[in-house]
Write a protein that binds this ligand. Structure first.
Ligand code: IMP
Ligand code: MG
Length: 221
């Protein structure tokens, strides 16, 4: 059953954009690329997750890094940013709503920012400038998704993305719409129903894809 609050959102349905097994496979690949590039370096990076959206991706990514026998001496911290509040478009003035637990640990460190989506890039740039102020020696961005058509600022540090997607609103795998749909496997696009047309919120197409997602994950990956 859907949470009652979902009905407060505009009438919509979801279409699968990236199945969970592809997300998982790509994240494993990103972790391999990351680890290969670190060879010779110390393992003392600080992984900084942008909450809440980045949390699922960060968990998946760092698990894959650990499976490769890497990262044991690195540390983790989080930063909480508000950008979309409850809507579905960036308000362009993200605020830090949860500061780092150990801001003093940033000075002299290599920091890897883990994020769900680069949209306009304003949120990431905000975090980058915060880390620069705190004295990070190097900063890089690893995000699951990027919407190149939505980019408004050029990031000032190296970045890599799992998937480039069109400028559409997506949910799932940690990504929300007004706090809903974070706990949904795979990345789904939101299709809004115009003119009050009502649709089956969680239609048979979605249910079928959810099952396929889980089956492929269990049997083929
Ligand atoms: P930016 O500052 O415009 O790059 O926005 C980045 C933040 O907005 C991300 O951390 C996400 O939390 C949120 N965001 C961007 N696109 C989407 C989306 O399609 N669905 C849900 N949240 C999004
Ligand atoms: Mg976010």
């Amino acid at each position: 059953m859907l949470d009652v609050h979902v009905s407060e959102l505009v009438e919509h349905h979801k279409e699968l954009m990236i199945p969970y097994w592809r997300v998982k496979r790509r994240v494993a690949e990103m972790a391999r690329e990351y680890v290969v590039e670190q060879s010779g370096d110390g393992e003392d990076a600080l992984f900084l997750t942008i909450l809440c959206g980045g949390a699922s991706f960060a968990e998946m990514f760092l698990t894959e890094v650990a499976k490769l026998g890497y990262g044991e001496y690195s540390s983790k911290d989080n930063i909480g940013l508000s950008s979309y509040s409850n809507g579905d478009s960036s308000n362009r003035q993200p605020e830090i709503i949860q500061p780092l637990k150990n801001p003093e640990a940033v000075a002299g460190r290599k920091v890897v920012i883990l994020e769900d989506i680069k949209d306009t890039g304003i949120s990431l740039e905000k975090v980058i400038s915060e880390l620069t102020k705190l004295g990070a020696t190097s900063i890089e961005v690893i995000a699951l998704l990027a919407k190149p058509e939505a980019a408004e600022v050029q990031l000032s540090v190296p970045s890599r993305y799992g998937f480039e997607i069109p400028k559409e609103f997506v949910v799932g795998d940690g990504i929300d719409w007004a706090e809903k749909y974070r706990v949904l496997l795979g990345v789904w696009r939101i299709v809004k129903h115009e003119n009050g047309v009502k649709g089956d919120e969680r239609n048979w197409g979605q249910r079928m894809w959810e099952r396929v997602n889980v089956w492929v994950d269990r049997h083929l990956t």
